[in-house]
Design a protein around this ligand. Structure first.
Ligand code: NAP
Length: 357
């Protein structure tokens, strides 16, 4: 029997991506959609300004949008809520017993909340033990949309060599700002060298995701202490619709050869328990050796938007190695990443049926 899922913030850009990616999902079925008072009470088809390139699935289009209050008829909720409201709403759902799988930034750095990329830090799921709500509800988050690609590229380097410093400059798609997002007169034929709050996320989230989980003793309380190497980030909004591209330079311990670095990134895969999940791509990272790769228009849909494309791996005269990474901001960086998180939780038996059916 499929798990019934609700979507908080279902009318927004990320919410719509959830609706599209969950159509025909083998384990999850959308049974509730919720958004602000502006949308509540309307059929989803009318409330959502649909921006996906495939039609609204009929079953979801007919659902009535509800307010974001516990009581939704579902086993778990995905959250694509605006961060101005996500914090207390997600907590209320978790307190009421729902597993909350969130895209919003509000709880990402909480000590007891996993900030999860299944191929990178599945062991952080143990942090859920610390949430200890009598209702059984909990919150799991996925990272900022630019953090995901960067962290998937850094993971094999941290494991093989150790990282001493990172510099990253991003070129981020317009869809990362939601809908209606950036005004067209600001965006068209232009580059905006500022995305509020983004650099801070890029400089902190990878350090938490890449950190090991530790326990005091075999059965002690799990905890994660962020790593300490410096990350310097500069974030730019560019007139691309989907796909965040990042130019990265990394200082590594031991100054390995560029061939060793290339091979290490190429060989990176997630654990077997992740590779068998329905939304797992065949490869979580692909190294593309073409001179002009990767490019958003050509490569963003690799692995149905779940694969990060890495190119131009070469020596760096300032640090040791530099490369370009591209990942899909609303698929791997938002809804697709959250669905993969939920699949991993379900496969571990952490998403029980709460509803009759
Ligand atoms: P968006 O298009 O602006 O959508 C925001 C959603 O939040 C809408 O469904 C909106 O409902 C709902 N909402 C706003 N105020 C509300 C309120 N007072 N009560 C209940 N619901 C309310 O934004 P988005 O791009 O989808 O982003 C959603 C979240 O995901 C944000 O936290 C964002 O930071 C994060 N995120 C986005 C991306 C990306 O690439 N876009 C990637 C990763 C993470 P109405 O339609 O009724 O107003």
């Amino acid at each position: 029997m499929k798990l019934n899922v609700g979507i908080l913030g279902a009318t927004g850009a990320v919410g719509q991506k959830f609706v599209r990616l969950l159509e025909g999902h083998p384990w999850f079925e959308v049974t509730a959609v919720a958004a602000s008072e502006r949308s509540a009470g309307k059929p989803y088809r009318q409330a959502a300004h649909w921006i996906e390139s495939t039609p609204i699935p009929d079953a979801v289009g007919e659902l009535t949008v509800e307010t974001c209050e516990p009581g939704l008829d579902c086993d778990l909720v995905f959250s694509g809520l605006d961060s101005s409201v996500a914090g207390p709403i997600e907590k209320a759902f978790a307190d009421a017993g729902y597993p909350v799988i969130s895209n919003a930034k509000n709880h990402r750095m909480d000590d007891d909340v996993p900030l999860l990329i299944p191929e990178v830090n599945p062991e952080h799921i143990a942090l859920i033990e610390r949430q200890q709500r009598p209702s059984g509800g909990f919150i799991v988050t996925n990272p900022n949309c630019a953090t995901v690609g960067l962290t998937m590229a850094l993971k094999p380097l941290q494991d093989a060599f150790g990282i001493e410093a990172v510099h990253v400059t991003t070129m981020q798609a317009l869809s990362g700002a939601g809908y209606p997002g950036v005004a067209s007169l600001d965006a068209v034929a232009n580059v905006i060298p500022y995305i509020g709050g983004e650099e801070d996320k890029l400089e902190t989230e990878p350090l938490r995701i890449l950190a090991p989980l530790s326990r005091e003793g075999d059965a002690g309380t799990p905890s994660v202490s962020s790593l300490a190497f410096p990350i310097s980030a500069q974030c730019n909004r560019v007139p691309v619709i989907e796909g965040h591209m990042e130019c990265v330079s990394v200082k590594l311990s031991g100054s390995p050869s560029i061939e060793h670095v290339q091979e290490t990134i190429k060989r990176f895969t997630g654990p077997d328990e992740v590779s068998v999940l329905p939304s797992s791509p065949e490869y979580c990272v692909v190294v593309d050796e073409a001179d002009s790769a990767p490019q958003p228009r050509r490569d963003v849909h690799r692995g149905a938007g779940m694969t990060a494309s890495i190119g131009r791996i070469r020596p760096c005269p300032l640090f040791d190695v530099r490369f370009v990474v591209l990942s899909h901001n609303t698929v791997r960086g938002a809804a697709g990443g959250a669905i993969l998180n939920a699949e991993l939780l379900a496969s571990r038996g952490l998403l029980p049926h709460r509803t009759a059916g």
